[in-house]
Ligand binder design. Structure first.
Ligand code: NAD
Length: 444
């Protein structure tokens, strides 16, 4: 069955195969492959390698709690609109649940569950004492006023307030949510609990307990991973060509820090389209252009290309930093790069993974590549709990240690089991969660 994203439902004009639908804005929307099934397949691959007990596998395959909430919001036209939101808490053997909140028309309960499971593994890989969680609201934030978004956010905070908290579940920003929403959620929680509680949520503005380096964390972490990966395959980063899909927070800082390491960004995209300049794009100037004009499309000196062209442009490093299921088997067959660093969550389908592995492309999996965000979220939470704050370099340095160790542990396990780095990272993550389970035991 083919399901087209809400954004393009009215616009789909032609379908080339079962996987891709193009719309008239020249952006391709891929079939919504159930991310929950992807997540379970990845768990089962690791379970097979680790010869996991079936009962323990079932514990890990079942989120601890999934809450669905109805959110009545008074819109600017005076009418009430009820939004649906979710919060999935996958596993907390290693510590409180941790994971972002996303606003998007395509949010589904399966997606939120999958993202919460990936957070469990991600925290384990970089060895931080937190578990997996994720939240989302089905909404179109681009068509809502600031007031409507704030009323929806505050209602969501109220609806999930009983299951979140510094020792229970600590949310963070994700697609189309920012520090602004995090501060609003912290405010609601603090009002309900009669005291200011910054440690309930991370990704906050500095003025309410946010951490330095948080805004650059994911992109900086991606750059650290690419640097470590380049060392392993003997790729010189100086002059290496980089392509970025999704020019938001994760994508722009990946480009900026890779450029600082000597690489050259040649193509980028956002939800309105993709652009290329083989001579190189200045990532900061592209961002300025996007902020002024609403899209990277039209950036002076660049040429507009399709999403498929962007993903299959010959380059050294490809950074998918948009949404899930962007690299399908059809795209994977045509990809010409040396390293794929998954800034986005779940951008590669399992079938595409196998193709990329056979082609010898190093795929640095999402749960490792984009773990900079959660590393600094963790460090923000620690700073909030101890009410003592570190400098940018202290925070970035602590993050680098976690990521470099996570990268090497993953790489070594992948080599040992002769599997790709996604399976290597899953084996690492599942065995670390298992260690906690074995130490704690099953109650009663
Ligand atoms: P963001 O909202 O800042 O940016 C998303 C970008 O993707 C926007 O520029 C948007 O225009 C673009 N986009 C949307 N649909 C697209 C499409 N079909 N094709 C091309 N571009 C498209 O979000 P973000 O925080 O940068 O998150 C991006 C991805 O990274 C998500 O998968 C998110 O889960 C993951 N991630 C982000 C962080 C973080 O700290 N920001 C941490 C971990 C993972």
């Amino acid at each position: 069955m083919t399901i087209v994203s809400n954004y393009s439902k009215q616009q789909a004009i032609t379908s080339t195969n079962l996987n891709i639908i193009y719309n008239d804005s020249d952006r391709c929307d891929l079939v919504k492959i159930d991310p929950w099934k992807n997540a379970l397949k990845q768990l089962d691959d690791a379970a097979k390698i680790l010869k996991l007990d079936p009962g323990v596998r079932d514990i890990l395959a079942t989120p601890k709690k999934v809450l669905t909430v109805g959110l009545p919001v008074k819109m600017d036209n005076g009418k009430i609109k009820v939004f649906t939101g979710y919060r999935s808490q996958h596993n907390d053997f290693r510590g409180p649940h941790k994971g972002g909140i996303r606003y998007h028309p395509d949010v589904t309960i399966e997606e939120v569950k999958a993202l919460s499971m990936w957070m469990t593994w991600k925290c384990a890989i970089v060895d931080i004492p937190l578990g997996g969680g994720k939240g989302g609201i089905i909404c179109d934030p681009k068509r809502m006023s600031a007031g409507e978004k704030e009323r929806m956010t505050r209602r969501y905070a109220y609806a999930i307030s009983e299951i979140i908290g510094p020792g229970k579940d600590v949310p963070a920003p994700d697609v189309y949510t920012t520090g602004k929403e995090m501060a609003q959620i912290m405010d609601v929680y603090s009002v309900l609990h009669g005291q200011g509680e910054p440690a309930v949520i991370t990704g906050k503005p500095l003025s309410v307990g946010g951490s330095l380096a948080r805004n650059v964390a994911t992109g900086l972490g991606v750059a650290y991973c690419v640097r470590e990966g380049a060392k392993k395959i003997g790729l010189k980063l100086k002059g290496a060509k980089v392509v970025i899909q999704g020019y938001g927070n994760a994508g722009t800082f990946s480009a900026e820090y890779l450029e600082k390491m000597g690489a050259k960004t040649i193509a980028v995209s956002d939800s309105k389209g993709s652009i290329i300049n083989p001579k190189g794009l200045d990532s900061k100037k592209v961002l300025e252009y996007k902020n002024k004009h609403g899209s990277v499309v039209g950036y002076p000196g660049s040429k507009k290309i399709s999403t498929e062209q962007l993903l299959t442009t010959p380059c050294d490093v490809l950074v998918p930093a948009a949404l899930e299921n962007q690299i399908t088997p059809n795209i994977a067959k045509k990809i010409k790069c040396k390293i794929i660093a998954e800034a986005a969550n779940g951008p590669t389908t399992p079938e595409a993974d196998e193709i990329l592995f056979k082609k010898g492309i190093m795929v640095i999996p999402d749960i490792l590549a984009n773990s900079g965000g959660v590393c600094i979220s963790y460090l923000e939470w620690v700073q909030n709990l101890q009410r003592y704050y570190w400098t940018f370099n202290e925070v970035a340095g602590k993050m680098e240690e976690h990521i470099v160790r996570g990268f090497n542990d993953t790489y070594n396990l992948a080599k040992k089991h002769k599997v790709d780095m996604r399976k290597g990272s899953m084996v690492l993550a599942v065995s670390r969660v298992l260690d906690s389970f074995n130490a704690r035991g099953l109650w009663p």
